[in-house]
Write a protein that binds this ligand. Structure first.
Ligand SMILES: Cc1ncc(COP(=O)(O)O)c(C=O)c1O
Length: 376
């Protein structure tokens, strides 16, 4: 098996915490982690049920019904609660979807750059990642044509829109075209929709609208700002429910009862959640306005999520050393591109702007002269 690489942003984060322990002021822009915490009503519900519920193994029927309603409200797609498997976030949902649907040796296509765990989870399950290079010409996203050109056709494809690390989205027509190629060639789709709800270019369609047989991943970690509560789901087509249930029953059982209670309440906290998006939109505007002064002229279109994926090839060919030096000199922690792109990531970095607006302002105040001195 080829090696599973470490997530290098974790080492950056460790260094950031060490610097903080030494008394340095640190701004965490290395992880895609909302700094806001769960909606207050969800936390209040958790306090309430802690004394009232025995917290056994549990799959919340009301939560599954509420998630099914989300598909109807957001996308106009009817799904049955039976199609939903509740997991400890998107990460086990990815393992569950891949392991229950594919076999060792199967080729699984994905965009490069892409979320670090796609490549590594596929490898850990003894499958073969097929990375498709996606740059500015492709809007940093998979296209139907690139998928169609793969010879032989892969067994599966992981789609992510909005994507990590780029924030780029796939337009509806292209999603439909991808679904068409997959239907024609028997390619199974796993659509990671964890950043849905976080879009600056209008609502995002679900792949289910074009491919009812697709498996879909989602999580409470991003839009609902509940990363540490470890709650998410895998949606599977009807003919795959039984097999996926057998897998989850052996691999993971159920997510925390406490999180399911809180998650159900979180799903109706629209005002709070919209407030987060307004903060991200402000942060994004500040970042985009500052990028020219940083000398960062080539970035992926930040259509959604909360990332800026920037080409720093004119400044370095070692993004790990670059991000470490940036952190040591300014206290601003960011993620090196090699996590997301093993080929070209040495000349890219990722900023997460899921922090408060004052933190963004302070980060920009610190890093602007630093980038300026590098360019000189
Ligand atoms: C695209 C993508 N998928 C999945 C995950 C994993 O999320 P979770 O916290 O739900 O396991 C992340 C986390 O950053 C992500 O960016």
């Amino acid at each position: 098996m080829s090696e599973i690489e470490p997530f290098r942003a974790i080492a950056i984060s460790r260094l950031a915490h060490a610097l903080k322990a030494e008394g340095r002021s640190v701004i965490h822009m290395e992880f895609g982690q909302p700094s806001t915490g769960a909606p207050p009503a969800a936390i209040a519900e958790a306090h309430r049920v802690l004394d009232a519920d025995s917290m056994g193994y549990w799959e919340s029927a009301p939560l599954k019904a509420r998630i099914a309603r989300l598909y109807e409200e957001r996308y106009g797609v009817m799904v049955s609660p039976d199609q939903l498997l509740l997991t400890n976030g998107a990460s086990p949902a990815l393992v569950l979807g891949l392991s229950s649907r594919f076999s060792p040796g199967d080729r699984i296509a994905m965009a490069r750059p892409g979320y670090v765990a796609y490549r590594n989870t596929v490898k850990a399950l003894r499958m073969v990642p097929v990375e498709i290079a996606c740059g500015p010409d492709e809007h940093y996203q998979l296209t139907a044509a690139a998928l169609d050109a793969l010879e032989p056709a892969p067994a599966g494809v992981i789609i992510a829109s909005p994507a990590n690390p780029t924030g780029s989205v796939i337009a509806s027509e292209e999603l439909a075209a991808i679904a068409g190629v997959c239907a024609a060639k028997g390619i199974q789709i796993l659509s990671d929709e964890i950043y849905h709800g976080l879009s600056y270019v209008g609502p995002q369609p679900s792949l289910l609208q074009f491919a009812p047989e697709a498996m879909v991943i989602n999580s409470f970690s991003k839009y609902w700002s509940m990363a540490g509560w470890r709650l998410g789901w895998l949606l599977v087509p009807h003919d795959h429910i039984e097999r996926a249930r057998a897998f989850i029953g052996n691999l993971f059982l159920t997510p925390p009862s406490l999180s399911q209670h809180a998650g159900l309440v979180a799903m109706d906290q629209h005002q709070v959640l919209e407030g987060h998006i307004q903060t991200y939109a402000r942060n994004r505007d500040l970042m985009l306005a500052a990028l020219p002064a940083l000398g960062l002229k080539s970035i992926a279109p930040p259509d959604g999520a909360f990332y800026i994926w920037a080409d720093i090839g004119h400044l370095t060919d070692d993004s790990v050393a670059f991000c470490e030096q940036l952190l040591r000199d300014t206290g601003v922690a960011t993620a090196p591109g090699v996590d997301f792109d093993p080929v070209d990531g040495h000349r890219f970095m990722r900023f997460s702007f899921a922090v408060s607006t004052p933190e963004i302002e302070e980060a920009l105040r610190r890093i602007t002269p630093w980038f300026g001195s590098r360019a000189a």
